[in-house]
Design a protein. Structure first.
Length: 114
């Protein structure tokens, strides 16, 4: 098992940046796959990005070139650097860990104003 705690959300103007963090309660060295989903009001949860143990990253098309996922196993922390934010990025962002059962954080709100 693992507990995940997100932080770093907030209110930002369009074009701005935020960095989300997801702190894990145990070593992330043996967690092969971690990533982020988001859920906008009235919409289903949407996958955003994944990073696997070897460092391979994949992204949903709508964030490619703007978001960067990374992990620091020494700090047991997952990150999502979000640049050039758009109002349509407004959502609650959730981190997850596949172990292989999926564990979720509680979410952090990101609001992008136009």
């Amino acid at each position: 098992q693992v507990q995940l705690v997100e932080s770093g959300g907030g209110l930002v103007q369009a074009g701005g940046s935020l960095r989300l963090s997801c702190a894990a309660s145990r070593s992330t060295l043996r967690i092969n796959s971690m990533g982020w989903y988001r859920q906008a009001p009235g919409k289903q949860r949407e996958w955003v990005a994944t990073i696997v143990g070897g460092g391979t990253t994949i992204y949903v098309d709508s964030v490619k070139g703007r978001f960067t996922i990374s992990r620091d196993n020494a700090k047991n922390t997952l990150y999502l650097q979000m640049n050039s934010l758009k109002p349509e990025d407004t959502a609650v962002y959730y981190c997850y860990a596949d172990m292989p059962s999926k564990y979720w954080g509680q979410g952090t709100q990101v609001t992008v104003s136009s």
